[in-house]
Design a protein around this ligand. Structure first.
Ligand code: PLP
Length: 274
């Protein structure tokens, strides 16, 4: 397997990042996950823009997006596969223990792995922890994902694939790696960005294509919801048919099924040509 590191393709087994990389020692890094269909990345420009936004939010040097594009193209060309997941990691770089981010310059890694189309339905749980919508990292896609790792482990203990957070004022926010949509009285809603959720790319496309309203919702809207679905790069639009053990339906409800159909149809145009 080849990855992109230090401006070139390298063997993944022998490629080395320093144990003193600030991304490793203090989580000083940002990332993107991008799906690729037969080597064609999905919404690459949007992902690169968000990488820049996250990097600026963390005070990292501006990423060289031309190099990131070169890295993505190189690893995709090196590994023909039907459905792939590109992972871009960009960190503060090497810095001696106990010191601030170093002078050595940032670290950029681009890696690719095979993935599969997600199932149409899943189960989710709510968790007792909160997203801090006023925190310095709110809305940034940083490598400080410890909170998500813990919450996802809780979900798995309950046979679910996603855990949903409220924010500090008890409003519905997002999942560990997805945005959430709910149908209430037949209308489609999703939490606004000021809830502290990530500006998901799948979320933005779904809002505009399926016409969802951005609405402040209490967490217990999930108890009243007629339908719930998740959006993310790897899930696309995925129906939640069980929430906190409550069976909502056996399959995607009518609004979810329509959102799935529209997303599949419209998103075909957003794969970059290769
Ligand atoms: N929220 C979080 C915390 C995420 O990590 C992700 C996944 O990247 C999303 C939402 C969904 O974003 P996107 O649709 O851009 O994959």
């Amino acid at each position: 397997m080849k990855i992109w590191l230090d401006g070139a393709l390298q063997d993944a087994e022998s490629a080395r990042v320093s144990v003193f990389d600030h991304g490793l020692t203090v989580g000083d890094g940002v990332f993107e996950t991008i799906k690729a269909d037969h080597g064609r990345p999905f919404a690459l420009t949007r992902h690169l823009e968000r990488l820049g936004t996250s990097a600026r939010g963390l005070g990292l040097p501006e990423p060289d997006l031309d190099e990131v594009r070169r890295g993505c193209a190189a690893v995709l060309d090196a590994h023909p596969m039907a459905l792939g997941r590109l992972r871009i990691t960009y960190t503060g770089g090497v810095s001696p223990l106990g010191s601030d981010r170093g002078e050595a310059g940032p670290t950029l890694v681009v890696a690719l792995s095979a993935t599969e189309r997600r199932p149409d339905t899943t189960a989710a749980v709510t968790v007792p922890w909160t997203r801090n919508e006023r925190g310095a990292l709110a809305g940034l896609k940083t490598t400080s994902y410890g909170e998500n790792v813990v919450a996802l482990a809780r979900a798995r203990e309950h046979g679910a694939s996603e855990a949903l957070f409220a924010n500090t004022v008890g409003a519905l926010c997002e999942g560990t790696g997805s945005n959430v949509f709910v149908v209430l009285d037949g209308e489609l809603h999703t939490p606004p960005l000021h809830s502290g959720c990530l500006a998901g790319i799948t979320r933005a496309l779904t809002v505009s294509w399926a016409g969802a309203k951005e609405t402040d919702l209490p967490l217990d809207a999930l108890e009243r919801a007629e339908e719930i679905f998740l959006t993310s790069t790897l899930r696309d639009v995925q129906a939640v048919t069980q929430i906190d053990g409550r069976q909502l339906a056996d399959g995607p409800g009518p609004v979810t099924a329509e959102a799935m159909r529209i997303f599949d149809e419209q998103s075909a145009a957003d794969f970059d040509p290769r």
